[in-house]
Design a protein around this ligand. Sequence first.
Ligand code: ARG
Length: 656
Amino acid sequence: MNVLSRLQAAFQSVLENMVPEHGPYLEMIRPAQDARFGDYQANMAMPLGKKIGLPPREVAQKIIDQLDISNWCETPEIAGPGFINLKLKTDWIANELSTMLKDPNLGVSSAAAPKTYILDYSSPNVAKPMHVGHIRSTVIGDSLARILRFVGHRVITDNHLGDWGTQFGMIIYGYKHFVDEERYKRTPIDELGRLYRFVRRLMDYHYSQASLPDLSSQIFKLAEQAKQKEEQLEGAAKPDAKKLRKELARLNEKRKDTQNQLAKAEQLIQDVEQDESLLQVANAHSGINQAVLNETADLHAGDPTNRQLWDEFLPACRDDIQKIYQRLDIDFDHELGESFYQPWLGEVVEEFKSRGLATESDGALCVFLDAFDSPMIIQKRDGAFLYATTDLATIRYRMQKWNPDVVLYVVDHRQHEHFAKLFAAADVWGYEQTEFRHVAFGTVMGPDGKPYKTRSGDTVGLEGLLDEAVQRARSVVDQNLEKSADLKFEEAERQQIAEVVGLGALKYADLSQNRASDYEFSYDKMLALKGNTAPYLLYPYARVNGIFAKGEIDSSTFRQAVKGLTLDRDQERRLGLLLLRFENALAESLVDYTPNTLANYLYELTAGFGQFYEKCKVLEAENETARQTRLALCDLVRRTLKTGLSLLGIDVVERM
Ligand code: ARG
């Protein structure tokens, strides 16, 4: 049951006869912030009055007179300048809750016009260690896929693995020069990881060396320019001074950035130089940066040795990330990585050329797009294809195979420009019917306000992160159980609870944030028992199980037997209303693909349950009708939480 849509539909029939463009006015119906103003509030009379030239209260009255909702709402009231306060009939709420109680789908109806969605998410560059940033794309994409499926859409998930990039040139080079055969045979992925990091270090060393002179002279130049500005400022008149000060600030900012870059480069150099034998290796491989590019180019050109190594490495890399997915309960319908599209890149480029969509510029093949200063390059001067070329081929393949209505790319916001251009190119290519969306997200930050790095930079990968979350959850669980001495929990159950709570907390910390913003990674915050956290949301589920167990009530027999609900108490009615908002929360989380909308709803529901539970005895209710009603509310809360959490990819525990 989507109460809001139902109200909107009722208002729509009225507004249709008053204004041609009524859509935005319907958006102005919202759940009331304060119970004194009813359950929902409609605020369109004010702007509408302005538009049609009538006093808002009069407009409100006109709307009310024509509104056909008397079957399920009390007579609306007009408040203040023209707010329309709407109150649902309590009997009607009770009735809807009874229906919801008996419906395995909790009253959520299936999409009237199902669409085909392709979701491109996770998509790590394999052969590089996965890092915390990959969690975001993975859990956001997974959750959106689950919600879309739940409401009845056709969903195809595809992990667009980066399995063809320079990182393979790096491990091929590493393998050829530095492999520890013994170790590679025993634990290939560990050895490949080591090789990746080792080559990365050598490359960084040489890059940094090469960049020093340039960085220093840039800093010098910026300092000179700043000095000049300062001198100009001394004698400048007011309007000029303002402009000069701005320019000065910009120069100083830039100098600071460059100084930071220089410091970082010096650090990377020092790290190598401190280690005598490493320095020797670095010097013996002074051409490593070019050599790695060559290894990559050879792989792409079909060199048999490199191709054979790639064939050998790839399964190990896939196994490695598979472990993470398994633990996080993530799976994909397809995992068509970048390598899959290589055979068609030439064709795609040819098509762009022959249809005049791409033109040569400076030897490179470019797609010039309106509204962009720089073109999208699809083939470099040396003939190499790019990330964008693969993405074009991917679009063509997906369109031919699945003909989607919507394609979502759940990718870091830093790739904004890439996707904006890609989608513009898809339009001119002829796919303007399909909606392409970059579902962008912000950065995971550490407590120092910088992008979060796993311990000691990179040695503890994503797996270590998951382990730590579980381990910390375990101590929270243990501490908590000490307080409830009457319950017995064996070791295995404690560990299972810790696993669910730890991983759930990790996912929830991410999904409860507005995806566009950066958020701070903190084990303490995500595992707190109070506040908007997974442990807080998991608690009522276990508690309701406890109530049913204590009352020796069989849940499904109970659901079938319930006659009707009576919402006499305020807390009961309010909780009932909250439960009826589930479908709306799902719909809203799909408007702009924001799982946090669902998370926040579940948080509100949990808080509402807390208020109810504090005031209303359940098993010892004052009479049988109240007992039935409260048990029904409890049951609906636990099922809504379980389903809602499962749509965020989070499991529940039976008791905790
Ligand atoms: N592998 C890319 C990266 O790690 C993300 C790929 C996203 N998907 C896409 N179709 N471009 O940055």
